[in-house]
Ligand binder design. Sequence first.
Ligand code: NAD
Ligand code: MG
Length: 385
Amino acid sequence: MRDVVILGSTGSIGTQTLDVIDRNRDRFRVVALSAGGSRLDLLADQVRSFAPAAVAVPDAQAALGLAQRLGSNGPELLTEDGNEALAARPCDVVVNAITGAAGLRPTLVALRAGVTLALANKESLVIGGRLVTGAASPGQLIPIDSEHSAILQSLRGGARGEVRRLILTASGGPFRGRSRAELADVTPAQALAHPSWTMGRVITINSATLVNKGLEVLEAALLYQMDLDDITVVVHPSSDVHSMVEFCDGATICQASPPDMRLPIALALGWPERIPDAAPGYDWTVPRDWHFEPLDDAVFPAVGLARRCGKAAGTAPAVFNAANEVCVDAFCDGRLGFLGIVDTVSAIVAEHLSSGHVPDEQLSVDAVLAADRWARQRAAEFLAG
Ligand code: NAD
Ligand code: MG
């Protein structure tokens, strides 16, 4: 029996994690949940179904709302710094499925506690960089991101020294094949209509701008200690092949499955074991084509920008991520055009690299959080001006 803490239980990854656990109650037990507080009815249902000992919500008002829904006999309720407190609780696996830079401290707390960290919150790894990888012992940090799970599975096909490069697949998002001019007027509703995945708002917009793939290139470099130049992005619209590893003899090993996050979630929960029937496989009696094409870096400059941030390392990835989070909000609220997202992030990264950048050797959690705050402030000024 593995005891599991889920941070961000009401989101896309959180609910799918609970679905996997629900079908495998003989293997996993939920000991604590946290959520942002906007879906209290769902959170109350989760508490009734999984009976965690503790639940964290962001503030007293959300705690009151939850207590009212649950009546007496509810779990212990935490508010202030609840994610960190839950990440430190005795358990076997912490699933970090919250969105954005807020995931950094819980990620570090879970790693220091020595438990397995099943990581959906790629932002914490990308902005924390060597602070996060340095806190992780071998095999402790298991990615939930489908591409990185695919790489982990494909790496079983050879020795580490035999790996030549990693190939990350990208669906290309809803605007694949468009010119830059054709992107100028796209709406949030169009950007939120992802062709192959149903996900939270930020990652869905990040998939349309390809910022998500940029974050994932940095995530792969950190997880698998690869040179950024040895990580290739290829567009694969149907999201069947989740990523690939090319070995030194020219062999490419990939992992493929119909797009369903419950497969990488189950693998991370059960690592290194596979959970039977985690997700459906293919019906090979029907014809299917898998298409691959190069990424158009001129129309989608986000991956190149992320690579530059990864090479600069230090606080640059934190600025890239934080400026993007603010710009995604502004785009969704109609205050910024679609192309303005990456253009603004790019301008703020350039400013940071010319002044204020803290290099990798001097990186600290405080420096990351200060860079995060500065980038949010700068992005707000850009949007106001
Ligand atoms: P989501 O918006 O659907 O869910 C986010 C969850 O986190 C919600 O439960 C929300 O209430 C909670 N939350 C947000 N801020 C919080 C805070 N400060 N404290 C506590 N809870 C908080 O997002 P998602 O799509 O599930 O994505 C979560 C993470 O997983 C992101 O980092 C994303 O990049 C990553 N990811 C998601 C998918 C996917 O298929 N959805 C795939 C790969 C990686
Ligand atoms: Mg992914």
